[in-house]
Design a protein around this ligand. Structure first.
Ligand code: ATP
Length: 520
């Protein structure tokens, strides 16, 4: 098993052991690609959503929020193109009966070649030391050039065939590359066919096709169809945005990617309505703004990158992904799309209602253009926990070295901000005092009272869930109303009066810090 696989497995088991993420319906052996968030997970997820919401809605006078329903009129999905074109190319292995996305099988093949390139680069780096120029090495080493050419040729052919809907050629490519089923090793494949990703259900009152409803595959359409309601009631002028956080559903065919790709997930989307012709300005603006949002959390710049799309969706005239380096490589975490006036025009046409804005400065009406930012809350959760989870050697209570597992979450995102711990459990005066301290500070931020096990073990437990501060109530507290305040990362312990806990902790765990960092 590679180091990366090992790290990913540890991350998944940590999420389970400490109440962050559970497999859905685990007692029935689980439901594939569906997950539940536990007591610490829901706190962290809520904090991620709060950071996004406040940063988008509260920090911008011209962005307002909505919460639209999951069910929408079926024509919405006809207009948006999802009924006809929201498909994945699927292929089944006849022997193992396993189903795969044909494009992912081919991309996986290319990733293996890319890993070989990376191996050569790492070796060369070691050999040449500080003088190593990776760019130059990649562009001059014969073996790497050949491998890169092979990857480019495969991906170009696949993309061309998918665009032309030539699914026969996608199958031919899989066969030519001799790609085998990852489960069984068999190369006995069915034809490739398109599979619509929307889940459908049926209205009780209307039988047949007429009563067919879809679970929304994105939250954006709820924003589009409410565009005029919101613009008028919130008295907004273009440029302005509408933000929404909510569940989305896609019938994804996936294996073993934990919460990266789920059938039921949550999106945080913002549609920014602009004058036609200004979209490139806003595209640049939102690319920069969104990257700063990620960086403010302390995620290092080298783990984030843009991947500009060369092949654009039919409705877009520019698009990029913000990719994050997950334990299994760089993958999309957020999309920034210039969607032109496609969606509003489509809804205008199919509904027969005008979805136009009268621009008082230009003295004319038009269908606005839209710049979208769309981030998956669950992918953000995975990126955050994956980056924060660390093992480090630190001195234990006796001064000896020991390894601790610590979640170095940004304090504003941490599920619990401060734990209150009586030094020992069976001294009534201590536990009563600690309870009093807990009752006082729990009104300011999320706190946890814990008296079980030795103090060292309790510290480790808090480290493992990312609690930035621990307050310990000891015998001296009974004499002079002071406690020790332990900081998670520096392990520094200082003695402070009980009355100061709130002011010392509050600022450091507040979202305010993130907004200030975002601006810089
Ligand atoms: P991918 O190419 O990975 O399937 P996408 O391009 O289809 O993603 P979008 O439709 O742009 O994704 O959705 C916006 C965001 O929603 C993505 O950046 C991602 O963070 C999140 N997202 C999309 N599909 C899923 C899913 N199945 N599970 C979890 N998050 C998802």
């Amino acid at each position: 098993m590679s180091n990366k696989d090992d790290k990913f497995k540890k991350l998944i088991s940590h999420c389970k052991e400490y109440g962050f993420v559970f497999q859905s319906s685990e007692v029935y052996d689980g439901l594939a690609a569906v997950y539940d968030y536990g007591p610490n997970g829901v706190e962290l997820k809520n904090n991620i959503k709060k950071y996004w919401w406040q940063s988008m809605v509260h920090m911008h006078e011209n962005i307002v929020g909505i919460d639209s329903a999951i069910f929408m009129h079926p024509k919405v999905w006809k207009a948006s193109g999802h009924v006809d074109a929201f498909n994945d190319p699927l292929i089944d292995n006849k022997d193992s009966k396993k189903r795969y996305r044909a494009d992912q099988l081919i991309e996986g093949y290319c990733e293996k070649i890319e890993n070989k390139i990376k191996k050569d680069v790492t070796k060369a780096k070691k050999r040449f030391g500080d003088d190593f120029d990776e760019q130059q090495f990649r562009s001059t080493n014969g073996r790497i050039i050949d491998r890169q050419k092979k990857i480019d040729a495969i991906l170009t052919r696949m993309n061309d065939s998918l665009t032309k809907e030539d699914l026969g050629d996608v199958k031919a490519l899989i066969e030519e590359l001799e790609i085998a089923c990852p489960e069984s090793g068999s190369k006995n494949w069915t034809d490739v066919r398109q599979f619509n990703l929307m889940f459908s259900t049926q209205l009780g009152t209307i039988a047949g096709e007429e009563g067919k409803l879809y679970l929304r595959p994105e939250t954006a359409q709820g924003i589009f169809v409410n565009f005029l309601n919101v613009q008028k009631t919130a008295r907004q002028k273009i440029p302005f945005g509408i933000a929404q956080i909510g569940k989305a559903f896609r019938n994804e065919i996936v294996a073993r990617q934990f919460i990266f790709r789920m059938k039921e997930f949550e999106q945080m989307e913002m549609q920014f309505f602009i004058r036609p012709g200004t979209e490139m300005e806003w595209y640049k603006h939102w690319k920069e703004t969104r990257l700063k949002w990620h960086l403010a959390l302390g995620h290092p710049a080298e783990k984030l990158r843009f991947h500009d799309h060369e092949k654009l969706a039919h409705y877009a005239n520019a698009a990029t992904d913000i990719e994050f380096e997950f334990p299994f490589g760089f993958r999309e975490i957020e999309g920034i799309h210039s969607r032109t006036n496609f969606d509003l025009s489509q809804h205008q046409e199919l509904s027969g209602r005008k979805l136009q804005y009268f621009d008082p400065e230009l003295n004319e009406s038009y269908v606005p253009y839209v710049l979208e930012t769309s981030i998956g809350c669950d992918r953000m959760f995975l990126a955050t926990v994956g980056h924060a989870l660390q093992e480090e050697v630190v001195p234990d209570a006796d001064g000896k070295d020991s390894t601790r597992t610590v979640l170095k979450l940004h304090p504003a995102l941490a599920p619990v901000k401060c734990a209150v711990l009586p030094l020992v459990k069976n001294k009534e005066e201590l536990t009563a005092k600690a309870r009093k301290v807990h009752d006082k500070i729990k009104m300011a931020f999320n706190c946890q009272y814990d008296e079980k096990d030795a103090i060292g073990r309790r510290y480790r437990r808090q480290d493992a869930i990312g609690t930035p501060y621990c307050v310990t109530v000891d015998f001296e507290t009974l004499e002079n109303d002071t406690v020790t305040l332990r900081e998670r990362d520096s392990l520094e312990q200082i003695r402070i009066p009980i009355d100061e806990i709130e002011s010392r902790v509050a600022h450091n765990v507040s979202m305010q810090r993130l907004f200030i960092d975002e601006k810089e």
